[in-house]
Design a protein around this ligand. Structure first.
Ligand SMILES: Cc1cc2nc3c(=O)[nH]c(=O)nc-3n(C[C@H](O)[C@H](O)[C@H](O)COP(=O)(O)OP(=O)(O)OC[C@H]3O[C@@H](n4cnc5c(N)ncnc54)[C@H](O)[C@@H]3O)c2cc1C
Length: 591
């Protein structure tokens, strides 16, 4: 019933959008199919909620139509976009996002060579769950020690066939198709990778070592052993060499990135180019090649005979007579793999989820953190964007790890998505996208979330709480970002905040609220961690300093979930260096 109502709603929603004659890229029928297939990927609790609210919307409409026969459904959808009722407004907003993502001249790709699990009777020395940066580096180090291992990855292996930041990449390589959000006092739209190579396949490649002040705070607050800069330095060096961490070729820096530099320098703020894991050809071409896990550690692992099961999800793990049983969620068949040791590298949500479902740790998932981020779209007088711009690389580092400012991927699709808070102005993108780019302010939060499982739903729900300080920091961050862009001679800045004033002069910045309403702000995050902190403090941590889960021999954590708190910088470097150090320690007694 609810599905039937939803399909009616969706058809009418698409009809309202297709009233606009400019929309001729794909047919409305194709759009319907795309939106349905994307909707199916999202977490079950959110999918159910959206179908339920759509049904309520239709019932309310029918009542109104009975009273006022001339009232049309198309009318109702358009009006709800500006409704004061947040849930209804969000319903339309959600579909507007899905629509912009799907409305693109790019054929939907299918992976024909799906490699699935085949029955195995071997007893492994190590099974690694998840093939993101933590899992990839763990697997290679374990293999180098002549230990018998395999990787289990719930995503598919796309063999670098999908273009970066494309519709197909979002649909196939992002967890939940890239569409999910936290609940709680802030709805933070978060994304993670779910594919062979995890987040490294879809991310921007911006590299940082963990700041010294953060390492000191981890030592002090979590009693984390031997992790100051000098201890970690050899591990960072090893990763940097393998991933070819380097700066952009001279003279080719993206113009949108240079705008951030210009505005920041005018305000005397420290701004830096951030190196990336990119390899450039000898001709120093602009694009370079992103050194993802599937092109580095995982490639070597497979070439050296490593076993990988793709499209295979771990449901839970169980210890029977000192051997770990890994229960797989594979086409509803109850398949099991066995291993002496298990490395959990399923990411900041996947790892605590496995621990919780297996009843192995009560503390898992209690303190997940993200870097809450707020964006703006800036329009300049000159061209600053191009089809091959790729990732802008400057970040403002004046405020250490507490605040960061940078520039994001700014393709036409991403610009249209970012303009949804200014729905009536979004068409500016069509003719002016070359003059536009997306910028962000990101904070290191005090607040945190809790991962919860509820009956009838398989997917976990994150309840996130931002503190008052976090809210003030986000507001101040947004204002300073607007100031930087005005100094860089932006013509208009559109904050990604529902109903917010647009900024055309420095004085307009004062029109922004003292503290942003979290319900009206389009917050997002691509950095998730700290759901299973490591350290010697048993009250706060899930595992010891080297990732061994307390009270469970042969069970280890090696991914973003182990970072004790938000690092305040892009996290992949920190995850990899800690894993590089920990796995060597873990395998010493085994090998
Ligand atoms: C769009 C985007 C841009 C980013 N940009 C940057 C950047 O520029 N610099 C930076 O440092 N970081 C960046 N990040 C963050 C970075 O990618 C992540 O911090 C990093 O990938 C986390 O690594 P991980 O080892 O924790 O696991 P993940 O990369 O999250 O991988 C976990 C893997 O485990 C698999 N898995 C989960 N559950 C199961 C299960 N039950 N069974 C089997 N497999 C499972 C998942 O499918 C996934 O492939 C970005 C992230 C995104 C999404």
């Amino acid at each position: 019933m609810i599905n039937y109502f939803y399909k009616i709603f969706l058809k009418y929603y698409i009809k309202t959008r297709y009233e606009d004659k400019n929309l001729n890229i794909i047919s409305s029928k194709e759009m319907f199919l795309r939106m349905v297939s994307h909707q199916k990927k999202m977490p079950d609790f959110l999918g159910f909620g959206i179908k339920l609210v759509s049904s309520i919307f239709l019932i309310l409409f029918c009542i109104k139509k009975f009273i006022k026969p001339k009232y049309s459904l198309i009318n109702a959808i358009n009006r709800t976009r500006a409704s004061n009722i947040l849930t209804l407004r969000n319903l339309i907003r959600f579909h507007d996002s899905l629509f912009e993502v799907a409305h693109i001249e790019e054929k939907k790709t299918q992976n024909k060579s799906k490699i699935k699990f085949t029955n195995q009777t071997d007893l492994f020395d190590f099974i690694i769950i998840g093939s993101g940066p933590g899992g990839a580096i763990s697997a290679k180090i374990i293999q180098n020690s002549n230990l018998n291992s395999c990787i289990i990855e719930k995503g598919d292996n796309w063999k670098n066939k999908l273009p970066d930041f494309s519709y197909n990449q979002m649909l196939h390589q992002y967890n939940y198709g890239g569409i999910t959000t936290t609940l709680g006092n802030a709805n933070i739209a978060y994304t993670e990778g779910s594919t062979f190579g995890g987040g490294s396949e879809i991310n921007s490649g911006l590299y940082h070592r963990t700041p010294e002040n953060i390492l000191k705070s981890w030592k002090k607050t979590f009693s984390l052993k031997s992790t100051l800069s000098d201890d970690l330095s050899p591990h960072f060096e090893s990763i940097e060499k393998k991933l070819c961490v380097s700066y952009f070729p001279d003279g080719l820096l993206p113009k949108a990135s240079l705008k951030l530099k210009e505005g920041s320098e005018d305000l005397n703020l420290e701004v830096r180019e951030i190196p990336r894991w990119y390899k450039y050809d000898n001709d120093k071409s602009l694009n370079g090649m992103k050194m993802t896990m599937s092109r580095t550690y995982l490639k070597d692992y497979k070439n050296d005979g490593g076993i990988v099961f793709h499209n295979t999800k771990v449901k839970k793990i169980k210890k029977i007579n000192s051997i770990w049983e890994i229960h797989l969620d594979n086409n509803k068949k109850n398949e099991i793999l066995r291993s002496k040791n298990v490395i959990l590298s399923a990411g900041a949500i996947g790892t605590p989820q496995i621990l919780l479902k297996s009843n192995l740790s009560e503390k898992a998932g209690n303190r997940i953190q993200m870097h809450p981020t707020i964006k703006v779209v800036a329009l300049f007088d000159e061209d600053i964007n191009s089809k091959d711009m790729g990732v802008p690389v400057h970040q403002v580092k004046e405020f250490g790890s507490e605040y960061s400012f940078g520039c994001s991927i700014s393709s036409k699709t991403y610009l249209k998505l970012a303009m949804l808070d200014h729905f009536n102005d979004r068409e500016i993108v069509n003719d002016n996208w070359k003059k536009m780019a997306i910028y962000y302010a990101m904070i290191r939060p005090q607040g945190y979330g809790k991962i919860k499982n509820y009956p009838f739903f398989n997917d976990p729900i994150i309840k996130y709480h931002l503190t008052n300080l976090d809210k003030r920091n986000l507001t101040n961050g947004l204002k300073l970002l607007c100031k930087i862009l005005m100094k860089a001679k932006a013509k208009i800045v559109f904050p990604c905040v529902y109903n917010s004033p647009i900024i055309k002069t420095m004085n307009d910045i004062n029109k922004l609220p003292k503290v942003l309403s979290m319900q009206d702000s389009s917050l997002m995050s691509v950095h998730l961690f700290s759901s299973c902190p490591i350290g010697e403090d048993k009250k706060k941590c899930v595992a010891n300093s080297y990732g061994k889960v307390f009270d469970h021999d042969g069970l280890y954590i090696a991914d973003g979930s182990m970072l004790p708190t938000a690092p305040g910088v892009n996290p992949q470097g920190s995850i990899m260096a800690l894993t590089h150090r920990n796995i060597q320690k873990i395998i010493t007694p085994v090998s």
